[in-house]
Design a protein around this ligand. Structure first.
Ligand SMILES: Cc1cc2nc3c(=O)[nH]c(=O)nc-3n(C[C@H](O)[C@H](O)[C@H](O)COP(=O)(O)OP(=O)(O)OC[C@H]3O[C@@H](n4cnc5c(N)ncnc54)[C@H](O)[C@@H]3O)c2cc1C
Length: 490
């Protein structure tokens, strides 16, 4: 049955202020996609609630009328998670931007979901604390979006992804019920529904307030920049550093294409232009420990084939070295009118093999691929560059993206590291999980949302969207993950 938008709008206007209900198409167009611009669809109606109670009332209204809804934070997601595909109400959290509580004696902060990631650190940095998960989009993405995607970032190698830093969640369930998972302590005598909710991509309800763990700023920080004449040596340096038991705060690689893109964007030569790859390594801790580890790490890089090592100790120099990495996607945006980012994960030791496979695939498809990635986590981000007006280009780009993910799976990896499944990668879920695995996940989802109203169609394969995947019928069960994958079967 088609939703009755007029009835819903009338009901919503009864308790929401005028400016919190958006129904004009020209105003709704800003929500027609997230950071994955290849898929677009304008939502029929959007609301911008300000409080938990307003979110709860909005969801209760949808529940009563049987109308689906999609949560949206800042819309920087890269898997089409906040895209409204079916007729659904868009619930935007960008007016929920209050920092509700700062408690430094317990090292916690409580925020509304629309609070921007970097604002959390900004609120406490004068006191010597910070919030560790730092997606490259941290100056725009919201904490609610980070929760839904279980986002990672440069510092997640040492400190863990979002789920390691969330103590409690207040959630509006799809029928409007307000409930709490966890709280301000690290452990509670309850089922870990907080763990289930984090990473559920808006399919279990809407997080309305979040209690986060803060960390103390380390005494000393050094960033090393090692440059290499080939990618294999950079990959080898990463494996050798970790196999020596060194755990950097972050370890990131950029390839030649990306190096020159960011140098051009900023008009600087911060990264050596003739390098095939650079490796950025951040080390933190006690002063003496950092000094010793930096020497050890530099030696490992030189032995792996680094041509030179640059070291930055003061905050300004470190920021200069990180600036290009943090702006990598923006730099590519300057070169190509469109790009499509993939987000595969591979065991670190297989990085050189998979990167060389990506290079071959780029040649096969005749599409440039730029690489920037969380090397320490084996989390690849190949960016496929294309001109959106070229004929049949989208199918070609998606096929190349799928082939890259197949390469990741073939070495025991995953189809997503941090960007989530969303709309973009649901077709590939069957490649990783067998039908029983998927049914178990669906069962959990329907316990939260029996009517299937929260972010419908996302994550799980559907017969229509996965026509392509089911035609190929390749199922890599979790139990068979260690067995070699027959690529020919694809
Ligand atoms: C340039 C760039 C760099 C990036 N770098 C990284 C990176 O380093 N690491 C990384 O992990 N990601 C990265 N991303 C991806 C993206 O920024 C993250 O996924 C981020 O967490 C999305 O937050 P958002 O507020 O934009 O969420 P949105 O895009 O608005 O939504 C994402 C998902 O969260 C759901 N959602 C939003 N708010 C809520 C809520 N309150 N309750 C329940 N569900 C909700 C939505 O329904 C959707 O499914 C990058 C993106 C860009 C554009």
């Amino acid at each position: 049955m088609k939703p009755n938008w007029a009835v819903l709008e009338r009901e919503l206007r009864k308790f929401l202020p005028k400016k919190a209900v958006v129904s004009k198409r020209q105003e709704l167009l800003v929500y027609d996609c997230d950071g994955l611009t290849i898929d677009r669809n304008c939502p029929p109606l959007a609301v911008l609630p300000e409080t938990t109670l307003e979110v709860s009332k909005v969801l209760a209204c949808c529940h009563r009328l049987g109308i689906p809804f999609v949560a949206r934070g800042s819309g920087t997601g890269l898997s089409g998670g906040s895209l409204v595909e079916e007729d659904a109400l868009l619930v935007v959290t960008s007016r929920m931007r209050k920092i509700l509580k700062v408690d430094l004696s317990n090292q916690i902060v409580k925020v509304q979901p629309g609070v921007i990631n970097s604002w959390v650190t900004r609120a406490v940095e004068g006191e010597g604390f910070y919030y560790a998960p730092d997606p490259s989009s941290q100056i725009v993405c919201s904490i609610g979006g980070n929760i839904a995607e279980n986002s990672g970032g440069v510092h997640c190698l040492k400190y863990g992804v979002t789920s390691n830093h969330v103590l409690g969640l207040e959630v509006a369930l799809p029928d409007g019920t307000i409930t709490n998972f966890g709280g301000e302590l690290s452990e509670y005598a309850e089922l870990d529904l907080r763990g289930a909710f984090i990473g559920s991509e808006g399919t279990l309800g809407i997080a309305t307030s979040i209690t986060l763990r803060l960390l103390k700023v380390p005494e000393s920080v050094t960033v090393l920049l090692a440059d290499f004449s080939n990618m294999e040596s950079a990959g080898l340096a990463v494996s050798n550093i970790t196999s020596k038991g060194i755990l950097p705060a972050g370890m990131e690689i950029m390839d030649k294409f990306m190096i020159n893109a960011v140098n051009d964007l900023f008009g600087f030569d911060e990264y050596p232009r003739d390098a095939a790859a650079i490796l950025l390594i951040e080390l933190d801790g006690q002063k003496s420990e950092v000094k010793e580890t930096a020497e050890q790490t530099s030696e490992i890089c030189i032995r792996a084939g680094a041509r030179s090592i640059r070291s930055a100790e003061d905050a300004k120099d470190r920021a200069r070295l990180w600036k290009g990495r943090k702006s990598a996607f923006a730099a590519v945006g300057q070169i190509s009118s469109s790009y499509y980012v993939q987000d595969g994960v591979v065991p670190r030791s297989t990085l050189p093999k998979v990167l060389s496979a990506i290079e071959s695939l780029s040649k096969k498809y005749g599409l440039p691929v730029a690489n920037v990635f969380h090397a320490g986590d084996g989390n690849l981000h190949p960016l496929i560059l294309y001109q959106a007006d070229a004929p049949n280009i989208e199918a070609k780009v998606r096929e190349l993206g799928a082939e890259i993910l197949r390469e990741c799976l073939a070495v025991g990896g995953s189809i997503t590291g941090e960007h989530g499944v969303g709309a973009d990668k649901r077709c590939y879920l069957e490649w990783m999980f067998n039908p029983d695995d998927l049914d178990t996940m669906r069962l959990l989802r329907s316990a939260f949302d029996p009517k299937g109203l929260a972010n419908p169609g996302k994550i799980f394969p559907t017969p229509i969207s996965c026509a392509e995947a089911s035609r190929r019928k390749v199922i890599l069960t979790t139990k068979e993950k260690d067995e070699p994958l027959d690529i020919e079967a694809f």
